[in-house]
Ligand binder design. Structure first.
Ligand code: HEM
Length: 499
């Protein structure tokens, strides 16, 4: 015998169910909003299920400052697991002891890893991406070149030539506002390009031509930054769908290939015609990536800091004027020539110049972050446990601003901390200085970068007074290179000889 249910009962059950669901949802929303309001102002918010992923995405436009806030509030390292689908097993570390431990051995437990190679796939299988004996062979070869006297003097001569014949003539006729960061980017592009290809692409010519190759490198840098911060599966999906930053990267890659092919052919042509130039065309193409952005960005931050610290400016000028006064130029007219250029040899022993440059590189490391993989389970010196397949992000930016390492005045621009009581360069800060990384995989271009940067600083500071445009705000852009968000807008005033 079947029992007939009255339709009114169905109606009642339906509404009861609906009301219960609404109540549950309201309760869940209430709990969530309360939780969110309680945590929203915290530097580190661990979301249920999603863990740190929302915080990382929320802070992606201010990653460097966020890493300093994290270092000050949570300590030396943060472990982020993320949702399962994102495979985000990440340790973000700001601890100098951890960095030392990770970098100290040649074939350590912390290789760059498959992730690194994939993220930097555009660089190919060069020294930057290789591991173990493959890397070792390339490094040995590159060391032979970079350490050789001939190469060093070739770099010094080539850079001096671009300073004298492109940069200074360009700056001398600027009466209105210029973006000094853009000028430095063009300068490093021209000088590194000349070192590699033996010809100057003249991107510093007076009409500031649009440089398609340099623009393509900018697009690549931005896409690579994005690959660093989103879960691997995300950017791979973008690449598969050919959308967003991955589409831009693919187009930029084509442009770069096109230009390189073009310059390689020109070079071959030159060689057939018997043009003898010292160049390292095939193996050093990646230096366009490694060297252009880092040195130019370092120069922009240096000039910004010096502009805000007239005392530092006067101390550097004192050294430069001393060198100039003692220069035993046979040709008096040459010494009186304006704008005046110093050689790399002139600037080599200047202690205050070196200290002020190291100090700005500490506060504004051009490569603010790098990462390494983990091969075997290990415990970092600060006690953080890491497992195979995890990724360790090392923040050079936060380590350079660590109070426990640099003291209470860690945020001040103080070149004096690099000088000992005898007026010599103090070796101690170098042991905590990670701007060029450390260990066997440290920056191979460090000396070249210092030569380049000092030649520019000597030439620009001695001949011009740099004035920041009123109201122009300088802040760091979120990228794998610490560019300025809106450039460095300045006016130049020519210095009268003994101003
Ligand atoms: C101010 C300028 C520069 C800074 C701050 C800088 C910084 C760095 C850092 C932090 C690394 C380690 C990256 C990592 O392992 O993830 C590195 C590696 C490297 N840099 Fe530089 N760099 C500068 C200029 C240059 C220049 C001018 C060149 C060459 C033209 C260069 C060539 C390289 C190469 C080839 C490596 C890879 C070395 C290896 O893995 O064995 N860098 N640099």
């Amino acid at each position: 015998m079947s029992v007939e249910i009255h339709p009114a009962l169905y109606w009642y059950e339906y509404h009861l169910f609906k009301r219960c669901s609404q109540l549950c949802l309201a309760f869940f929303c209430f709990i969530f909003i309360r939780w969110y309001l309680k945590h929203k102002n915290e530097v580190l918010v661990r979301w249920p299920i999603l863990d740190l992923l929302p915080s990382i995405l929320k802070n992606q436009h201010r990653m460097q400052d966020w890493s300093v806030e994290l270092a000050n509030s949570v300590g030396s390292s943060v472990v982020a697991r993320g949702p399962i689908f994102a495979r985000l097993n990440l340790v973000l570390t700001f601890d100098v002891r951890n960095a030392e431990y990770i970098t100290k051995t040649k074939f350590s437990n912390f290789p760059k890893g498959a992730d690194y190679i994939e993220i930097f796939d555009i660089i190919g299988s060069g020294i930057f991406n290789m591991e173990n004996e493959y890397w070792h062979a390339q490094r040995k070869l590159a060391n032979t070149t970079f350490m050789s006297k001939e190469f060093r003097s070739y770099v010094a001569k080539t850079t001096l030539d671009v300073v004298e014949n492109s940069l200074l003539p360009f700056l001398s006729i600027q009466s209105s506002v210029i973006d000094l960061e853009d000028i430095f980017l063009r300068f490093t592009f021209d000088s590194i390009f000349t070192v590699i290809f033996g010809r100057n692409p003249n991107s510093l010519s007076l009409d500031l031509p649009c440089n398609e190759l340099a623009q393509a490198i900018d697009v690549v840098t931005e896409a690579i930054y994005y690959r660093h911060i989103v879960p691997t599966s995300w950017w791979k999906l973008y690449r598969w769908l050919m959308i967003g930053s991955e589409k831009k990267l693919a187009n930029a890659w084509k442009i770069i290939d096109h230009y390189l092919e073009h310059y390689v052919l020109l070079k071959r042509d030159d060689l057939h015609k018997g043009v003898q130039e010292n160049d390292m065309i095939t193996s050093f193409i990646l230096f366009l990536f490694a060297g252009r952005d880092s040195s130019s960005t370092a120069l922009a931050w240096f000039f910004w800091l010096v502009e805000r610290n007239p005392y530092v400016e006067s101390k550097i000028l004192e050294e430069l004027r001393h060198v100039h006064a003692n220069k035993k130029d046979k040709d008096v007219a040459l010494k009186a020539r304006r704008p005046y250029v110093f050689t790399a040899e002139d600037l080599k022993g200047l202690v205050y110049l070196h200290a002020s440059l190291c100090e700005s590189l500490r506060l504004y490391p051009p490569l603010p972050i790098t990462h390494r993989g983990v091969q075997k389970e290990d415990v970092l010196p600060d006690g953080t446990k890491v497992k195979p397949g995890w990724k360790i992000l090392i923040s050079m930016y936060a380590m350079g601003r660590s109070e426990s390492v640099w003291g209470k005045d860690c945020l001040e621009y103080k070149p004096e901390r690099w000088i000992d009581e005898n007026g010599k360069l103090n070796p101690i800060p170098l042991t905590k200085f990670f701007t060029f990384f450390a260990g066997p995989r440290n920056c191979i271009g460090k000396d070249m970068a210092f030569t380049q940067m000092k030649l520019v600083i000597g030439a620009v500071l001695f001949n011009f007074h740099v004035e920041l445009v009123e109201g122009h705000t300088v802040r760091a852009k979120s990228s794998i290179v610490l560019h300025m968000q809106d450039g460095l807008k300045v006016r130049l005033r020519e210095r009268i000889t003994q101003e």
